[in-house]
Design a protein around this ligand. Structure first.
Ligand SMILES: [Zn+2]
Length: 134
C-alpha cells in the first residue's frame, strides 16, 4: 500500500468514527456496583441465619477531573444507567481509535516516525512499576 492510500484510508476511518460519535446517546463514566447491607436493628432478618440482607443498592463510582465520586442509583434507573456506562465506554473506544488514526496520519503527512505500541517506543516514560490495581 502506498503512503497516499494509507492516508486516504485513515481519513475515511476517522470519518466513520466521527459519524458513530454522533449516534451516541446519554453517557456517564463509572462502574456500577451492587451492595447488600446489614443494619443495626435487633432481630432484623439481615442478621438471621441465613441472612436476608437489605438491598440490592446500586451505586456508580467514577473519577472525574482527578476526583473520585460515588453516586447512588435508584433501582428503576439501573437499566438506563448501564446503557449510559456502555455509551461512555464506546466514546472512549472511539476517541482512542481516532487518536491512533490521527497519530498515524500525522506521521505519514509529515514523514516523521510513527508512534509505536505501548511499551516499545517511549517505554522509559512508563517505567514506573505497574503494581497499581484498578
Ligand atoms: Zn436489617
Amino acid at each position: 500500500m502506498t503512503p497516499g492510500n494509507r492516508q486516504a484510508q485513515l481519513v475515511a476511518k476517522i470519518d466513520v468514527l466521527k459519524q458513530e460519535l454522533l449516534t451516541l446517546g446519554d453517557l456517564r463514566p463509572g462502574t456500577l456496583s451492587e451492595q447488600y447491607n446489614v443494619c443495626g436493628k435487633a432481630g432484623c432478618g439481615c442478621k438471621a441465619d441465613p441472612p436476608r440482607k437489605h438491598g440490592p443498592y446500586y451505586q456508580v463510582s467514577f473519577t472525574w477531573q482527578g476526583r473520585s465520586h460515588t453516586q447512588f442509583v435508584r433501582q428503576e434507573n439501573v437499566a438506563t444507567t448501564r446503557q449510559q456506562l456502555r455509551n461512555y465506554e464506546r466514546l472512549r473506544t472511539l476517541v482512542e481509535a481516532w487518536i491512533a488514526a490521527g497519530l498515524e496520519l500525522a506521521a505519514l503527512r509529515f514523514g516523521t516516525a510513527p508512534v509505536g505500541p505501548r511499551g516499545r517506543r517511549g517505554g522509559a516514560r512508563r517505567a514506573a512499576p505497574r503494581a497499581k490495581s484498578q
